[in-house]
Design a protein around this ligand. Sequence first.
Ligand SMILES: Nc1ncnc2c1ncn2[C@@H]1O[C@H](COP(=O)(O)OP(=O)(O)OP(=O)(O)O)[C@@H](O)[C@H]1O
Ligand SMILES: Nc1ncnc2c1ncn2[C@@H]1O[C@H](COP(=O)(O)OP(=O)(O)OP(=O)(O)O)[C@@H](O)[C@H]1O
Ligand SMILES: [Mg+2]
Ligand SMILES: [Mg+2]
Lengths: 256, 256
Amino acid sequence: MGKVIAVANQKGGVGKTTTAINLAASLAANELRILLIDLDPQGNATTGLGVDKLGREQSIYDALISDVSLESLAQRTPCEGLILIPSDRNLVAANLELVDAPDRESRLRQKIASIHGSYDYILIDCPPALDLLTLNALVAADAILIPIQCEFFALEGISQLLDTIARVRDSFSHDLPILGVLLTMYDDRTNLTRQVADDLRDFFQKQVFETVIPRSIRLAEAPSHGLPILLYDPRSKAAEAYIRLAKEFLTRERVL
Amino acid sequence: MGKVIAVANQKGGVGKTTTAINLAASLAANELRILLIDLDPQGNATTGLGVDKLGREQSIYDALISDVSLESLAQRTPCEGLILIPSDRNLVAANLELVDAPDRESRLRQKIASIHGSYDYILIDCPPALDLLTLNALVAADAILIPIQCEFFALEGISQLLDTIARVRDSFSHDLPILGVLLTMYDDRTNLTRQVADDLRDFFQKQVFETVIPRSIRLAEAPSHGLPILLYDPRSKAAEAYIRLAKEFLTRERVL
Ligand SMILES: Nc1ncnc2c1ncn2[C@@H]1O[C@H](COP(=O)(O)OP(=O)(O)OP(=O)(O)O)[C@@H](O)[C@H]1O
Ligand SMILES: Nc1ncnc2c1ncn2[C@@H]1O[C@H](COP(=O)(O)OP(=O)(O)OP(=O)(O)O)[C@@H](O)[C@H]1O
Ligand SMILES: [Mg+2]
Ligand SMILES: [Mg+2]
Protein backbone atom coordinates (compact mmCIF):
# COMPACT_ATOMS: atom_id res chain seq x y z
CA MET A 1 0.00 0.00 0.00
CA GLY A 2 1.18 3.49 -0.82
CA LYS A 3 4.78 2.71 -1.80
CA VAL A 4 6.68 5.97 -2.30
CA ILE A 5 9.16 6.28 -5.18
CA ALA A 6 11.44 9.31 -5.61
CA VAL A 7 12.37 10.10 -9.23
CA ALA A 8 15.67 11.87 -8.67
CA ASN A 9 18.97 12.89 -10.24
CA GLN A 10 20.63 16.25 -9.58
CA LYS A 11 21.87 16.40 -13.18
CA GLY A 12 19.57 18.66 -15.09
CA GLY A 13 17.45 17.75 -18.10
CA VAL A 14 17.86 13.96 -17.89
CA GLY A 15 14.14 13.13 -18.16
CA LYS A 16 13.00 13.13 -14.49
CA THR A 17 9.73 14.94 -15.15
CA THR A 18 9.05 13.11 -18.41
CA THR A 19 9.57 9.80 -16.59
CA ALA A 20 7.51 10.81 -13.53
CA ILE A 21 4.53 11.86 -15.69
CA ASN A 22 4.60 8.95 -18.15
CA LEU A 23 5.39 6.19 -15.67
CA ALA A 24 2.63 7.50 -13.38
CA ALA A 25 0.17 7.55 -16.29
CA SER A 26 1.17 4.04 -17.44
CA LEU A 27 0.78 2.67 -13.89
CA ALA A 28 -2.65 4.33 -13.63
CA ALA A 29 -3.59 2.61 -16.92
CA ASN A 30 -2.95 -0.67 -15.05
CA GLU A 31 -5.96 0.08 -12.79
CA LEU A 32 -3.69 1.28 -9.99
CA ARG A 33 -4.36 4.38 -7.85
CA ILE A 34 -1.39 6.69 -8.40
CA LEU A 35 -0.37 9.97 -6.78
CA LEU A 36 2.25 12.19 -8.41
CA ILE A 37 3.82 14.92 -6.23
CA ASP A 38 5.52 17.78 -8.11
CA LEU A 39 8.40 18.83 -5.86
CA ASP A 40 10.14 21.03 -8.44
CA PRO A 41 9.62 24.82 -8.23
CA GLN A 42 9.63 24.85 -12.05
CA GLY A 43 6.31 22.99 -11.92
CA ASN A 44 6.89 21.05 -15.14
CA ALA A 45 4.98 17.96 -13.94
CA THR A 46 2.02 20.23 -13.09
CA THR A 47 1.91 21.87 -16.53
CA GLY A 48 2.84 18.67 -18.32
CA LEU A 49 -0.43 17.18 -17.01
CA GLY A 50 -2.46 20.20 -18.03
CA VAL A 51 -3.07 21.39 -14.47
CA ASP A 52 -3.23 25.18 -14.14
CA LYS A 53 -0.53 26.70 -11.90
CA LEU A 54 -1.50 30.32 -11.85
CA GLY A 55 -5.06 30.22 -10.60
CA ARG A 56 -4.08 28.04 -7.67
CA GLU A 57 -4.10 29.25 -4.13
CA GLN A 58 -2.09 26.48 -2.52
CA SER A 59 0.51 23.92 -3.57
CA ILE A 60 2.98 21.41 -2.15
CA TYR A 61 4.80 24.45 -0.74
CA ASP A 62 1.96 25.03 1.74
CA ALA A 63 1.98 21.37 2.83
CA LEU A 64 5.73 21.56 3.56
CA ILE A 65 5.68 24.92 5.34
CA SER A 66 2.30 24.86 7.16
CA ASP A 67 -0.39 22.42 8.27
CA VAL A 68 -2.15 22.16 4.92
CA SER A 69 -2.89 18.47 4.18
CA LEU A 70 -1.97 16.71 0.94
CA GLU A 71 -5.60 15.59 0.54
CA SER A 72 -6.70 19.20 0.27
CA LEU A 73 -4.22 19.80 -2.60
CA ALA A 74 -5.15 16.77 -4.70
CA GLN A 75 -5.96 17.61 -8.35
CA ARG A 76 -7.48 15.41 -11.02
CA THR A 77 -5.51 14.95 -14.25
CA PRO A 78 -6.45 13.84 -17.80
CA CYS A 79 -5.67 10.25 -16.69
CA GLU A 80 -8.17 8.20 -14.83
CA GLY A 81 -6.62 7.03 -11.57
CA LEU A 82 -3.80 9.59 -11.54
CA ILE A 83 -3.95 12.40 -8.99
CA LEU A 84 -1.43 15.27 -8.86
CA ILE A 85 -0.20 17.44 -5.98
CA PRO A 86 0.82 20.60 -7.89
CA SER A 87 3.86 22.77 -7.37
CA ASP A 88 4.20 26.51 -7.77
CA ARG A 89 6.95 29.10 -7.76
CA ASN A 90 6.71 29.65 -3.98
CA LEU A 91 8.52 26.35 -3.63
CA VAL A 92 11.80 28.12 -4.47
CA ALA A 93 11.57 29.74 -1.02
CA ALA A 94 11.06 26.42 0.81
CA ASN A 95 14.76 25.59 0.69
CA LEU A 96 15.57 28.70 2.73
CA GLU A 97 12.46 28.68 4.91
CA LEU A 98 12.94 25.06 6.03
CA VAL A 99 16.60 25.45 7.01
CA ASP A 100 15.93 26.16 10.71
CA ALA A 101 12.93 23.85 11.10
CA PRO A 102 13.63 20.98 13.54
CA ASP A 103 12.38 18.24 11.23
CA ARG A 104 13.31 19.95 8.01
CA GLU A 105 14.08 16.76 6.04
CA SER A 106 11.05 14.77 7.17
CA ARG A 107 8.22 17.21 6.50
CA LEU A 108 7.11 15.42 3.33
CA ARG A 109 7.31 11.97 4.95
CA GLN A 110 5.04 13.17 7.76
CA LYS A 111 2.50 14.58 5.29
CA ILE A 112 2.49 11.43 3.15
CA ALA A 113 1.80 9.27 6.22
CA SER A 114 -1.78 10.55 6.32
CA ILE A 115 -2.61 9.57 2.72
CA HIS A 116 -0.62 6.34 2.30
CA GLY A 117 -3.66 4.18 2.35
CA SER A 118 -5.48 5.90 -0.54
CA TYR A 119 -2.88 5.06 -3.22
CA ASP A 120 -1.00 2.06 -4.56
CA TYR A 121 2.03 4.14 -5.55
CA ILE A 122 3.17 7.68 -4.83
CA LEU A 123 5.76 9.14 -7.25
CA ILE A 124 7.75 12.29 -6.45
CA ASP A 125 9.28 14.40 -9.25
CA CYS A 126 12.45 16.03 -7.85
CA PRO A 127 14.26 19.27 -8.82
CA PRO A 128 17.77 19.11 -10.37
CA ALA A 129 19.60 19.63 -7.05
CA LEU A 130 20.67 17.80 -3.87
CA ASP A 131 18.76 20.39 -1.84
CA LEU A 132 16.27 20.18 1.05
CA LEU A 133 13.43 19.45 -1.40
CA THR A 134 15.21 16.42 -2.84
CA LEU A 135 16.26 15.36 0.68
CA ASN A 136 12.59 15.49 1.73
CA ALA A 137 11.76 13.21 -1.21
CA LEU A 138 14.54 10.73 -0.37
CA VAL A 139 13.59 10.58 3.33
CA ALA A 140 9.93 10.01 2.38
CA ALA A 141 10.73 7.42 -0.31
CA ASP A 142 10.66 3.62 -0.04
CA ALA A 143 12.90 3.44 -3.13
CA ILE A 144 14.55 5.68 -5.70
CA LEU A 145 14.30 5.58 -9.50
CA ILE A 146 17.25 7.29 -11.24
CA PRO A 147 16.72 8.53 -14.83
CA ILE A 148 20.06 8.99 -16.63
CA GLN A 149 20.92 10.34 -20.08
CA CYS A 150 23.64 8.37 -21.88
CA GLU A 151 26.01 11.30 -22.06
CA PHE A 152 29.37 12.07 -20.50
CA PHE A 153 28.24 14.72 -17.99
CA ALA A 154 25.54 12.35 -16.75
CA LEU A 155 28.21 9.90 -15.52
CA GLU A 156 29.82 12.59 -13.42
CA GLY A 157 26.95 13.23 -11.08
CA ILE A 158 26.39 9.61 -10.10
CA SER A 159 28.89 9.44 -7.25
CA GLN A 160 27.42 12.57 -5.63
CA LEU A 161 23.92 11.11 -5.87
CA LEU A 162 25.07 7.78 -4.39
CA ASP A 163 26.82 9.65 -1.55
CA THR A 164 23.62 11.54 -0.77
CA ILE A 165 21.64 8.29 -0.75
CA ALA A 166 24.21 6.78 1.62
CA ARG A 167 23.93 9.82 3.90
CA VAL A 168 20.14 9.51 4.02
CA ARG A 169 20.50 5.81 4.89
CA ASP A 170 22.89 6.58 7.75
CA SER A 171 21.33 9.69 9.28
CA PHE A 172 17.75 8.52 9.01
CA SER A 173 18.40 4.75 9.35
CA HIS A 174 16.27 4.43 6.27
CA ASP A 175 16.93 1.67 3.80
CA LEU A 176 16.26 3.53 0.48
CA PRO A 177 17.09 0.87 -2.14
CA ILE A 178 17.60 1.81 -5.80
CA LEU A 179 14.52 0.50 -7.61
CA GLY A 180 16.30 0.99 -10.91
CA VAL A 181 18.41 3.13 -13.19
CA LEU A 182 16.53 4.18 -16.36
CA LEU A 183 18.42 5.04 -19.56
CA THR A 184 16.58 7.95 -21.21
CA MET A 185 16.82 9.81 -24.55
CA TYR A 186 18.59 6.71 -25.86
CA ASP A 187 19.88 7.19 -29.42
CA ASP A 188 21.45 3.93 -30.54
CA ARG A 189 22.87 5.52 -33.67
CA THR A 190 25.63 7.25 -31.72
CA ASN A 191 28.78 5.72 -30.23
CA LEU A 192 28.56 8.04 -27.24
CA THR A 193 25.18 6.62 -26.18
CA ARG A 194 26.41 3.01 -26.51
CA GLN A 195 29.68 3.68 -24.67
CA VAL A 196 28.02 5.49 -21.77
CA ALA A 197 25.29 2.82 -21.60
CA ASP A 198 27.99 0.13 -21.37
CA ASP A 199 29.69 2.04 -18.54
CA LEU A 200 26.38 2.40 -16.71
CA ARG A 201 25.55 -1.31 -17.07
CA ASP A 202 29.05 -2.24 -15.83
CA PHE A 203 28.62 -0.01 -12.82
CA PHE A 204 24.97 -0.62 -11.88
CA GLN A 205 24.67 -4.22 -13.20
CA LYS A 206 21.12 -5.60 -12.69
CA GLN A 207 19.89 -2.27 -11.29
CA VAL A 208 19.66 -0.90 -14.84
CA PHE A 209 16.11 -1.32 -16.20
CA GLU A 210 15.91 -3.58 -19.27
CA THR A 211 13.47 -1.03 -20.70
CA VAL A 212 15.24 1.87 -22.38
CA ILE A 213 13.44 5.12 -23.32
CA PRO A 214 14.32 6.14 -26.92
CA ARG A 215 14.87 9.75 -27.92
CA SER A 216 11.52 10.73 -29.42
CA ILE A 217 10.20 14.14 -30.42
CA ARG A 218 6.65 12.99 -29.52
CA LEU A 219 7.69 12.89 -25.85
CA ALA A 220 8.85 16.50 -26.02
CA GLU A 221 5.63 17.55 -27.78
CA ALA A 222 3.20 15.84 -25.40
CA PRO A 223 3.57 18.26 -22.44
CA SER A 224 2.61 21.24 -24.61
CA HIS A 225 -0.80 19.53 -24.94
CA GLY A 226 -0.93 18.82 -21.20
CA LEU A 227 -1.03 15.08 -21.87
CA PRO A 228 1.15 12.07 -21.07
CA ILE A 229 2.42 10.18 -24.13
CA LEU A 230 -0.15 7.42 -23.51
CA LEU A 231 -2.96 9.86 -24.34
CA TYR A 232 -1.06 12.08 -26.82
CA ASP A 233 0.29 9.32 -29.08
CA PRO A 234 -0.51 5.85 -27.72
CA ARG A 235 1.04 3.96 -30.70
CA SER A 236 4.41 5.75 -30.54
CA LYS A 237 7.63 3.95 -29.59
CA ALA A 238 7.88 6.24 -26.57
CA ALA A 239 4.42 5.24 -25.29
CA GLU A 240 5.29 1.57 -25.74
CA ALA A 241 8.54 2.12 -23.82
CA TYR A 242 6.77 3.67 -20.83
CA ILE A 243 4.12 0.92 -20.84
CA ARG A 244 6.94 -1.67 -20.77
CA LEU A 245 8.65 0.32 -18.03
CA ALA A 246 5.49 0.23 -15.91
CA LYS A 247 5.39 -3.57 -16.18
CA GLU A 248 9.06 -3.88 -15.29
CA PHE A 249 8.56 -1.39 -12.43
CA LEU A 250 5.83 -3.58 -10.94
CA THR A 251 7.95 -6.73 -11.21
CA ARG A 252 10.96 -5.08 -9.57
CA GLU A 253 8.92 -3.38 -6.89
CA ARG A 254 7.32 -6.61 -5.75
CA VAL A 255 10.69 -8.19 -4.97
CA LEU A 256 12.17 -5.21 -3.14
CA MET B 1 38.09 45.37 -18.08
CA GLY B 2 36.95 42.25 -16.32
CA LYS B 3 33.30 42.26 -17.42
CA VAL B 4 31.44 39.50 -15.56
CA ILE B 5 28.83 37.41 -17.42
CA ALA B 6 26.58 34.89 -15.63
CA VAL B 7 25.51 31.93 -17.79
CA ALA B 8 22.26 31.03 -16.05
CA ASN B 9 18.91 29.28 -16.42
CA GLN B 10 17.34 27.21 -13.63
CA LYS B 11 15.93 24.75 -16.17
CA GLY B 12 18.20 21.73 -16.21
CA GLY B 13 20.17 20.41 -19.17
CA VAL B 14 19.71 23.42 -21.51
CA GLY B 15 23.41 23.81 -22.41
CA LYS B 16 24.70 26.20 -19.70
CA THR B 17 27.96 24.34 -19.15
CA THR B 18 28.46 23.55 -22.83
CA THR B 19 27.98 27.25 -23.64
CA ALA B 20 30.19 28.48 -20.77
CA ILE B 21 33.08 26.21 -21.83
CA ASN B 22 32.85 26.77 -25.59
CA LEU B 23 32.14 30.50 -25.51
CA ALA B 24 35.02 30.98 -23.05
CA ALA B 25 37.35 28.98 -25.31
CA SER B 26 36.23 30.87 -28.43
CA LEU B 27 36.76 34.23 -26.72
CA ALA B 28 40.23 33.10 -25.55
CA ALA B 29 40.98 32.21 -29.20
CA ASN B 30 40.38 35.92 -29.95
CA GLU B 31 43.49 36.79 -27.89
CA LEU B 32 41.38 37.77 -24.89
CA ARG B 33 42.19 36.83 -21.27
CA ILE B 34 39.24 34.80 -20.02
CA LEU B 35 38.35 33.42 -16.58
CA LEU B 36 35.68 30.72 -16.23
CA ILE B 37 34.26 30.14 -12.72
CA ASP B 38 32.52 26.77 -12.18
CA LEU B 39 29.78 27.52 -9.68
CA ASP B 40 27.94 24.20 -10.08
CA PRO B 41 28.53 21.47 -7.44
CA GLN B 42 28.37 18.93 -10.28
CA GLY B 43 31.67 20.37 -11.58
CA ASN B 44 30.90 19.72 -15.25
CA ALA B 45 32.82 22.78 -16.47
CA THR B 46 35.84 21.60 -14.46
CA THR B 47 35.82 18.09 -15.96
CA GLY B 48 34.77 19.34 -19.37
CA LEU B 49 38.07 21.26 -19.52
CA GLY B 50 40.08 18.28 -18.37
CA VAL B 51 40.89 19.73 -14.95
CA ASP B 52 41.11 17.10 -12.22
CA LYS B 53 38.53 17.48 -9.42
CA LEU B 54 39.57 14.76 -7.04
CA GLY B 55 43.20 15.62 -6.34
CA ARG B 56 42.30 19.21 -5.54
CA GLU B 57 42.47 20.61 -2.06
CA GLN B 58 40.51 23.78 -2.58
CA SER B 59 37.83 25.07 -4.94
CA ILE B 60 35.38 27.94 -5.43
CA TYR B 61 33.69 26.62 -2.29
CA ASP B 62 36.65 27.74 -0.17
CA ALA B 63 36.60 31.21 -1.75
CA LEU B 64 32.91 31.63 -0.93
CA ILE B 65 33.07 30.28 2.62
CA SER B 66 36.52 31.45 3.80
CA ASP B 67 39.22 33.97 2.93
CA VAL B 68 40.83 31.93 0.15
CA SER B 69 41.47 34.19 -2.87
CA LEU B 70 40.40 33.41 -6.43
CA GLU B 71 43.98 33.92 -7.62
CA SER B 72 45.14 31.00 -5.49
CA LEU B 73 42.54 28.71 -7.15
CA ALA B 74 43.32 29.57 -10.77
CA GLN B 75 43.98 26.53 -13.00
CA ARG B 76 45.36 26.38 -16.52
CA THR B 77 43.22 24.67 -19.16
CA PRO B 78 43.98 23.14 -22.59
CA CYS B 79 43.18 26.57 -24.08
CA GLU B 80 45.77 29.30 -24.16
CA GLY B 81 44.34 32.36 -22.40
CA LEU B 82 41.56 30.50 -20.58
CA ILE B 83 41.87 30.07 -16.81
CA LEU B 84 39.39 28.05 -14.69
CA ILE B 85 38.33 28.33 -11.06
CA PRO B 86 37.27 24.73 -10.36
CA SER B 87 34.29 23.48 -8.42
CA ASP B 88 34.00 20.42 -6.23
CA ARG B 89 31.31 18.52 -4.39
CA ASN B 90 31.71 20.60 -1.20
CA LEU B 91 29.87 23.34 -3.04
CA VAL B 92 26.58 21.52 -2.34
CA ALA B 93 26.99 22.57 1.29
CA ALA B 94 27.53 26.26 0.46
CA ASN B 95 23.81 26.88 -0.01
CA LEU B 96 23.14 25.90 3.60
CA GLU B 97 26.34 27.31 5.09
CA LEU B 98 25.86 30.77 3.56
CA VAL B 99 22.24 31.17 4.72
CA ASP B 100 23.08 33.06 7.93
CA ALA B 101 26.05 35.01 6.57
CA PRO B 102 25.41 38.79 6.53
CA ASP B 103 26.54 39.30 2.94
CA ARG B 104 25.49 35.90 1.68
CA GLU B 105 24.56 37.03 -1.87
CA SER B 106 27.63 39.21 -2.48
CA ARG B 107 30.46 36.86 -1.48
CA LEU B 108 31.38 36.11 -5.08
CA ARG B 109 31.22 39.77 -6.13
CA GLN B 110 33.65 40.69 -3.34
CA LYS B 111 36.08 37.95 -4.37
CA ILE B 112 35.94 38.91 -8.05
CA ALA B 113 36.74 42.54 -7.20
CA SER B 114 40.34 41.58 -6.45
CA ILE B 115 41.01 39.94 -9.84
CA HIS B 116 38.94 42.12 -12.18
CA GLY B 117 41.97 43.72 -13.73
CA SER B 118 43.66 40.50 -14.83
CA TYR B 119 40.94 39.40 -17.28
CA ASP B 120 38.95 40.81 -20.18
CA TYR B 121 35.90 38.64 -19.42
CA ILE B 122 34.86 36.48 -16.49
CA LEU B 123 32.18 33.84 -17.24
CA ILE B 124 30.26 32.03 -14.46
CA ASP B 125 28.66 28.62 -15.10
CA CYS B 126 25.57 28.38 -12.84
CA PRO B 127 23.80 25.34 -11.36
CA PRO B 128 20.21 24.49 -12.45
CA ALA B 129 18.54 26.31 -9.54
CA LEU B 130 17.60 29.81 -8.34
CA ASP B 131 19.62 29.17 -5.19
CA LEU B 132 22.23 31.19 -3.26
CA LEU B 133 24.95 30.08 -5.70
CA THR B 134 23.05 31.43 -8.71
CA LEU B 135 22.14 34.57 -6.72
CA ASN B 136 25.85 35.09 -6.00
CA ALA B 137 26.53 34.88 -9.74
CA LEU B 138 23.74 37.34 -10.63
CA VAL B 139 24.86 39.86 -7.99
CA ALA B 140 28.45 39.60 -9.24
CA ALA B 141 27.49 39.80 -12.93
CA ASP B 142 27.51 42.82 -15.24
CA ALA B 143 25.13 40.96 -17.59
CA ILE B 144 23.41 37.61 -17.96
CA LEU B 145 23.51 35.17 -20.89
CA ILE B 146 20.50 32.79 -20.92
CA PRO B 147 20.88 29.48 -22.84
CA ILE B 148 17.49 28.00 -23.74
CA GLN B 149 16.48 24.73 -25.41
CA CYS B 150 13.67 25.08 -27.93
CA GLU B 151 11.32 22.79 -26.02
CA PHE B 152 8.05 23.30 -24.20
CA PHE B 153 9.35 22.94 -20.62
CA ALA B 154 12.07 25.50 -21.38
CA LEU B 155 9.41 28.20 -21.94
CA GLU B 156 7.95 27.58 -18.53
CA GLY B 157 10.94 28.60 -16.46
CA ILE B 158 11.47 31.96 -18.16
CA SER B 159 9.10 33.99 -16.01
CA GLN B 160 10.68 32.69 -12.79
CA LEU B 161 14.13 33.57 -14.11
CA LEU B 162 13.00 37.07 -15.13
CA ASP B 163 11.40 37.54 -11.70
CA THR B 164 14.67 36.58 -10.01
CA ILE B 165 16.60 39.01 -12.22
CA ALA B 166 14.11 41.77 -11.32
CA ARG B 167 14.54 40.97 -7.62
CA VAL B 168 18.31 41.22 -7.91
CA ARG B 169 17.95 44.58 -9.66
CA ASP B 170 15.68 45.92 -6.92
CA SER B 171 17.35 44.57 -3.78
CA PHE B 172 20.89 45.21 -4.90
CA SER B 173 20.18 48.30 -7.06
CA HIS B 174 22.19 46.49 -9.64
CA ASP B 175 21.41 46.92 -13.29
CA LEU B 176 21.62 43.38 -14.66
CA PRO B 177 20.95 43.60 -18.40
CA ILE B 178 20.30 40.47 -20.48
CA LEU B 179 23.30 40.24 -22.83
CA GLY B 180 21.38 37.73 -24.90
CA VAL B 181 19.18 34.64 -25.09
CA LEU B 182 20.93 31.75 -26.86
CA LEU B 183 18.93 29.02 -28.62
CA THR B 184 20.74 25.71 -28.02
CA MET B 185 20.38 22.12 -29.30
CA TYR B 186 18.49 23.63 -32.23
CA ASP B 187 17.08 20.93 -34.54
CA ASP B 188 15.40 22.67 -37.45
CA ARG B 189 13.86 19.43 -38.69
CA THR B 190 11.21 19.46 -35.96
CA ASN B 191 8.11 21.65 -35.73
CA LEU B 192 8.52 21.87 -31.95
CA THR B 193 11.90 23.56 -32.26
CA ARG B 194 10.61 26.09 -34.82
CA GLN B 195 7.43 26.85 -32.86
CA VAL B 196 9.25 27.38 -29.56
CA ALA B 197 11.94 29.46 -31.32
CA ASP B 198 9.21 31.68 -32.80
CA ASP B 199 7.67 32.11 -29.34
CA LEU B 200 11.05 33.00 -27.86
CA ARG B 201 11.79 35.53 -30.62
CA ASP B 202 8.36 37.12 -30.15
CA PHE B 203 8.95 37.41 -26.43
CA PHE B 204 12.62 38.43 -26.30
CA GLN B 205 12.79 40.26 -29.67
CA LYS B 206 16.34 41.57 -30.37
CA GLN B 207 17.71 39.98 -27.16
CA VAL B 208 17.80 36.60 -28.94
CA PHE B 209 21.27 35.98 -30.40
CA GLU B 210 21.29 35.66 -34.21
CA THR B 211 23.72 32.75 -33.71
CA VAL B 212 21.93 29.49 -32.96
CA ILE B 213 23.75 26.40 -31.61
CA PRO B 214 22.73 23.28 -33.60
CA ARG B 215 22.18 19.91 -31.92
CA SER B 216 25.48 18.13 -32.56
CA ILE B 217 26.82 14.90 -31.11
CA ARG B 218 30.38 16.28 -31.36
CA LEU B 219 29.50 18.80 -28.62
CA ALA B 220 28.39 16.00 -26.31
CA GLU B 221 31.53 13.99 -27.09
CA ALA B 222 34.06 16.80 -26.54
CA PRO B 223 33.84 16.94 -22.70
CA SER B 224 34.76 13.25 -22.41
CA HIS B 225 38.11 14.26 -23.95
CA GLY B 226 38.41 17.25 -21.61
CA LEU B 227 38.41 19.62 -24.58
CA PRO B 228 36.23 22.45 -25.88
CA ILE B 229 34.81 21.88 -29.37
CA LEU B 230 37.34 24.31 -30.84
CA LEU B 231 40.16 21.89 -29.98
CA TYR B 232 38.18 18.62 -30.29
CA ASP B 233 36.69 19.21 -33.75
CA PRO B 234 37.49 22.71 -35.05
CA ARG B 235 35.80 22.18 -38.46
CA SER B 236 32.45 21.00 -36.99
CA LYS B 237 29.26 23.05 -37.35
CA ALA B 238 29.18 23.32 -33.56
CA ALA B 239 32.67 24.85 -33.41
CA GLU B 240 31.71 27.32 -36.14
CA ALA B 241 28.57 28.24 -34.20
CA TYR B 242 30.48 29.01 -30.99
CA ILE B 243 33.08 31.02 -32.93
CA ARG B 244 30.24 33.05 -34.46
CA LEU B 245 28.68 33.40 -31.02
CA ALA B 246 31.94 34.80 -29.62
CA LYS B 247 31.96 37.48 -32.34
CA GLU B 248 28.33 38.36 -31.70
CA PHE B 249 28.97 38.38 -27.94
CA LEU B 250 31.75 40.95 -28.40
CA THR B 251 29.56 43.17 -30.57
CA ARG B 252 26.65 43.07 -28.12
CA GLU B 253 28.84 43.52 -25.07
CA ARG B 254 30.42 46.66 -26.45
CA VAL B 255 27.07 48.44 -26.75
CA LEU B 256 25.71 47.43 -23.34
N1 LIG C 1 13.05 10.38 -24.46
C1 LIG C 1 12.98 11.66 -24.80
N2 LIG C 1 13.12 12.01 -26.09
C2 LIG C 1 13.09 13.31 -26.47
N3 LIG C 1 12.94 14.35 -25.63
C3 LIG C 1 12.82 14.07 -24.33
C4 LIG C 1 12.83 12.72 -23.83
N4 LIG C 1 12.67 12.77 -22.49
C5 LIG C 1 12.58 14.08 -22.16
N5 LIG C 1 12.64 14.85 -23.27
C6 LIG C 1 12.65 16.32 -23.33
O1 LIG C 1 13.93 16.74 -22.85
C7 LIG C 1 13.78 17.85 -21.99
C8 LIG C 1 14.27 17.46 -20.59
O2 LIG C 1 13.44 16.49 -20.02
P1 LIG C 1 12.79 16.71 -18.57
O3 LIG C 1 12.35 18.11 -18.43
O4 LIG C 1 11.81 15.63 -18.35
O5 LIG C 1 14.07 16.44 -17.69
P2 LIG C 1 14.26 16.78 -16.13
O6 LIG C 1 15.34 15.89 -15.65
O7 LIG C 1 12.95 16.70 -15.46
O8 LIG C 1 14.77 18.30 -16.19
P3 LIG C 1 15.04 19.23 -14.88
O9 LIG C 1 16.40 18.81 -14.41
O10 LIG C 1 15.01 20.65 -15.41
O11 LIG C 1 13.94 18.94 -13.91
C9 LIG C 1 12.31 18.23 -22.00
O12 LIG C 1 12.12 19.26 -22.94
C10 LIG C 1 11.61 16.95 -22.44
O13 LIG C 1 10.43 17.21 -23.15
N1 LIG D 1 24.15 21.69 -29.00
C1 LIG D 1 24.22 20.50 -28.41
N2 LIG D 1 24.04 19.40 -29.16
C2 LIG D 1 24.05 18.18 -28.58
N3 LIG D 1 24.27 17.95 -27.28
C3 LIG D 1 24.45 19.01 -26.49
C4 LIG D 1 24.45 20.34 -27.00
N4 LIG D 1 24.67 21.19 -25.97
C5 LIG D 1 24.79 20.43 -24.87
N5 LIG D 1 24.69 19.12 -25.17
C6 LIG D 1 24.70 17.97 -24.26
O1 LIG D 1 23.46 17.99 -23.56
C7 LIG D 1 23.66 17.72 -22.17
C8 LIG D 1 23.21 18.93 -21.37
O2 LIG D 1 24.06 20.02 -21.62
P1 LIG D 1 24.79 20.82 -20.42
O3 LIG D 1 25.26 19.85 -19.41
O4 LIG D 1 25.76 21.76 -21.01
O5 LIG D 1 23.53 21.61 -19.87
P2 LIG D 1 23.42 22.40 -18.48
O6 LIG D 1 22.36 23.40 -18.66
O7 LIG D 1 24.75 22.86 -18.08
O8 LIG D 1 22.93 21.22 -17.49
P3 LIG D 1 22.75 21.39 -15.89
O9 LIG D 1 21.40 22.04 -15.76
O10 LIG D 1 22.78 19.98 -15.35
O11 LIG D 1 23.89 22.23 -15.40
C9 LIG D 1 25.14 17.41 -22.01
O12 LIG D 1 25.30 16.01 -22.05
C10 LIG D 1 25.79 18.07 -23.22
O13 LIG D 1 26.95 17.39 -23.64
MG1 LIG E 1 12.03 18.12 -14.21
MG1 LIG F 1 25.73 22.59 -16.25
